[in-house]
Design a protein around this ligand. Structure first.
Ligand SMILES: Nc1ncnc2c1ncn2[C@@H]1O[C@H](COP(=O)(O)OP(=O)(O)OP(=O)(O)O)[C@@H](O)[C@H]1O
Ligand SMILES: [Mg+2]
Length: 306
């Protein structure tokens, strides 16, 4: 009733016709145009998204280098990239502006590793809680080669496993408002990968964020990898876990991005461009604090502000 409707501010320096048309059609967008580096420098503060073809800009009082450094710290895309998926970029911009969680694109994300005990479960549950506290529907699916860790860690009540959901019509349990979908080793023996995939696709279709907690040596890993928009390899500072993470990243042609958990300096030196660095939070980790996921969430939704 009071004040102006909130708007997404987009800085535009492109002549791409598809990008310009998509921006014009978006109702909640305020466009700030610039065609010089100095002009762009002035209109960037406060923008939620920059659609910029840097080579088009005429260089004036500010160098192209200075502008490109500014752009690195914000949500930015070229004209052609924006035109290819404008809805997705605008959804990210709305997110950056504190608007429109309801427009968030659905995401399936695998947290994986070849080494044990690196923090897959801890980070998956912390991320799930983080998104849930923002009102986003979240499911966490777990694949283990033994009993369910979820069942062991969250002791209140029994969680139906994927076998019971797939064959006995049971529904998933929830924990802190998060749908919990475990698959222990016994279930993996009893179901085909097609059966499992059908259940997981239903799960992903009914949640905005679906996280998989899965070792990359699990027989159903290929199904999870195929379903995932993003694969995060969790590594702790142990040299073997870092070596395994680098190996996984290599054999997936870089789709698997490395997250350094409990990271010290030596780990940071070994991994050139980690997707995220998560601090050691000591025994607090056992409570899966949503705060632990703050640095991970922007890997899933660029522009995310905790
Ligand atoms: N950022 C962190 N700070 C402090 N402790 C952590 C952190 N991340 C994980 N831990 C601790 O490390 C241990 C292993 O974590 P977790 O069980 O999540 O690893 P995992 O990869 O799921 O292991 P597994 O291979 O057995 O499934 C746990 O005791 C957990 O509390
Ligand atoms: Mg685990």
């Amino acid at each position: 009733m009071f004040g102006r409707k909130k708007r997404v501010v987009v800085t535009v320096a492109t002549r791409h016709p598809g990008a310009l048309a998509a921006l014009e059609n978006a109702e909640d967008v305020e466009i700030r145009e610039a065609m010089t580096t100095g002009g762009l420098y002035r209109v960037l503060p406060g923008a939620h998204l920059a659609v910029v073809d840097l080579e088009l800009l005429t260089e004036t009082s500010v160098t192209r280098d200075q502008v490109s450094r500014l752009l690195q710290d914000m949500l930015c895309v070229g004209g052609a990239g924006f035109a290819a998926s404008p809805d997705e970029w605008l959804a990210r911009a709305r997110l950056a502006s504190g608007l429109g969680l309801e427009t968030l694109p659905a995401r399936v994300v695998a947290l994986t590793s070849l080494s044990g005990g690196v923090g897959k479960t801890t980070l998956a549950l912390s991320l799930a809680r983080h998104f849930r506290t923002k009102g986003i529907t979240v499911a966490v699916a777990e694949l283990t080669v033994g009993p369910s860790a979820f069942q062991a860690l969250m002791t209140d009540g029994y969680f139906p496993h994927i076998y019971e959901v797939a064959t006995q019509g049971k529904t998933w349990a929830t924990w802190n408002g998060i749908t919990v979908a475990p698959m222990d080793w016994r279930s993996a023996q009893l179901l085909s990968s097609d059966q499992a995939e059908r259940v997981w696709r239903d799960l992903a279709a009914s949640h905005v964020v679906t996280l998989f907690d899965v070792p990359a040596y699990h027989p159903f890993w290929a199904v999870v990898e195929k379903m995932s928009h993003a694969v995060l390899v969790i590594a702790d500072p142990r040299p073997d876990s870092l070596a395994n993470a680098l190996f996984l990243s290599e054999i997936t042609d870089g789709k698997a991005r490395i997250v350094l958990n409990r990271s010290g300096l030596s780990a940071r030196l070994m991994v050139e461009d980690p997707a995220a660095v998560v601090p050691d939070v000591g025994s607090d980790a056992r409570g899966f604090p949503p705060s632990l996921a703050r640095r991970l969430a922007p890997v899933i939704y660029p522009g995310w502000r905790a």
